[in-house]
Design a protein around this ligand. Sequence first.
Ligand code: GDP
Length: 362
Amino acid sequence: GFNCGIVGLPNVGKSTLFNALTKAGIDAENFPFCTIEPNSGIVGVPDTRLQALADIVSPEKILPATMEFVDIAGLVAGASKGEGLGNKFLANIRETDAIAHVVRCFDNDNVIHVANKVDPAADIDIINTELALADLDAVEKQLQKVVRPARSGDKEAIAAKNLLEKLQAHLDEGKPLRSLELDKDERTRMGSLHLLTTKPTMYIANVNEDGFEDNPHLDTVKNIAAAEGAIVVPICNKLESEIAELEDDEKDEFLADLGMEEAGLNRVIRAGYQLLGLQTYFTAGVKEVRAWTIPVGATAPQSAGKIHTDFEKGFIRAEVIAYDDYIQYKGEQGAKDAGKWRLEGKDYIVKDGDVVHFRFNV
Ligand code: GDP
């Protein structure tokens, strides 16, 4: 599966967000370093299309796509030099596919801020600097290995050295590697280094209930994100953790009272899903209506492989109905009658929302 690591300075609201995400119920304590072990939780990806399909098919169950969030222990300045839980933090973050960077945009005198003042720009800079320093360290170690062979004319080493020097220069300017333009070959080469600042990143601006508008802290985060081409999800984690505790019917009422259409968490989950470059196809049968996760660009056999590896190996063809057609013609038979049912082969690139039935040999 794919996962998204939740990072940020201590006391910015990571655990609160994580609790809300998983209802796992770990303690959010008002102390730096309180979340020592990385915790992981699996959440369903909210998608209204599932219910629309279920209304047609009346399945026994509905299964959403899932993604994992990992709560990563607090980072402090100096982590790349091994301070605080630095090394552990960096190792944990290396294992994630994407990063949700929580930034404190709420004022509350009762909640200690590690730097004694709410300052999103400085906070973001601390984290990004530590990640960049860790990458710089890794890049310099690799460089040392290739300098000699490159000097003696080893083509492979020369290519590696050229790339590493490019990465080094970019990091030296304090920029994350995700903003560096590279060709395909360089990108593949860089991928093998598992660098931290290459990971797709979003900012979670943790605001107070009344902090969604006229909030200079939030504006600061938005400006920084815009400059990086990153997305921002403003959310009140405290409120979300309260919403997450409620039963479904209470929840709807509570949200309606607040004038919200859905829990803000849904926006976080969907943003994480998008950040990972993921999309969804559906299977719709009387047993279950289910969403499956595939990377954008996956072929039909690769998509079938998400259900079972045998489906990929023995792939014959895919019977496909686009989601909109499935809804408009009220199911498979209607779509067939309307000529909207297609047979696709092994080169077909599955599209987001496709309702698929795979044919395969066993
Ligand atoms: P972490 O160290 O980043 O995991 O931070 P926590 O999630 O433990 O939160 C630290 C403290 O801030 C807790 O007492 C939370 O209740 C509080 N907190 C978290 N989010 C908010 C928020 O949106 N508004 C306010 N006022 N307090 C919050």
